[in-house]
Design a protein. Structure first.
Length: 253
């Protein structure tokens, strides 16, 4: 795949998980350059600023990276996950989009550097300084609202407990691959009870999202190539492959 927007091989090491951003083992993340490319392809299809939602946010790494790289395109970040541990991690990472959160992280890294004297801790402190300078420039332009909650992304009722109809402009998310991450939650019980085959999780996710999407909203999904990313109430706007992943951008009809 040829990148159309994130064409430069920039140094994204300041955004590495486990350095300034918090991470947990087994929480896979999209590469930063690919994440940026996806949002920029959305920008070419629909004007910003966005109320941006990741319904499978894990530790909210994707949302945080997009905020730092494309602050001007975002007016609100929304994250949710069915896993309460992931939501707690996401809360810590989203705090790094505030000066208070960065200061708290600095103090922790300084304590680690003093206790262990590792080069990695000093490198993290230097990265934090660069992120802080970037954040202050962003905050001088406009603030970003943030919302985080626990919910089953396959259940529209669960989403509507936290989000109003039409409250999301763009969704960007990375589907579970069944290796390091798996689907949880609603299992198509209604279809099974009626004697019908249960639709695949990707279809059920798209169906549930319709409850909270604004007219002509975009949904960008990264998934393995075996999954079919389609729904009769959406039209495909983009499809491309990167390594073992496929990226599909759909628009609500």
């Amino acid at each position: 795949m040829a990148y159309r927007f994130a064409v430069e091989r920039a140094d994204y090491s300041d955004y590495a998980g486990g350095q300034v951003f918090y991470s947990l083992p087994g929480r896979p993340a999209l590469p930063v350059r690919l994440t940026s490319e996806i949002l920029q392809r959305c920008l070419a299809l629909r004007p910003a600023p966005y109320r941006l939602y990741d319904p499978l946010c894990g530790g909210a790494y994707l949302l945080c990276v997009l905020a730092y790289l494309h602050w001007e395109a975002i007016r609100e970040l929304i994250g949710s996950d069915i896993d309460p541990e992931a939501v707690r991690l996401a809360e810590r990472n989203l705090a790094l989009l505030t000066t208070n959160g960065l200061e708290e992280r600095r103090q922790k890294l300084q304590a680690l550097a003093a206790a262990y004297g590792k080069e990695s801790h000093q490198a993290a402190l230097e990265a934090l300084g660069r992120l802080e300078a970037r954040l202050r420039r962003h905050l001088a332009v406009h603030p970003i609202r943030m919302q985080l909650f626990q919910a089953d992304a396959l259940d529209p009722r669960s989403l509507l407990q936290h989000l109003g109809p039409g409250s999301v402009d763009v969704v960007i998310t990375d589907l579970p691959y069944g290796l390091q991450s798996q689907w949880q939650g609603e299992s198509g019980a209604a279809a099974k009870a009626a004697g019908r085959p249960s639709p695949p999780p990707a279809w059920r996710l798209l169906d549930a999202l319709r409850a909270v999407l604004a007219p002509s909203a975009l949904v960008a999904i990264a998934a393995d190539k075996k999954q079919k990313i389609a729904h009769e109430r959406y039209r495909r706007r983009e499809h491309f492959n990167v390594g073992k992943r496929q990226i599909v951008i759909l628009q609500l009809t």
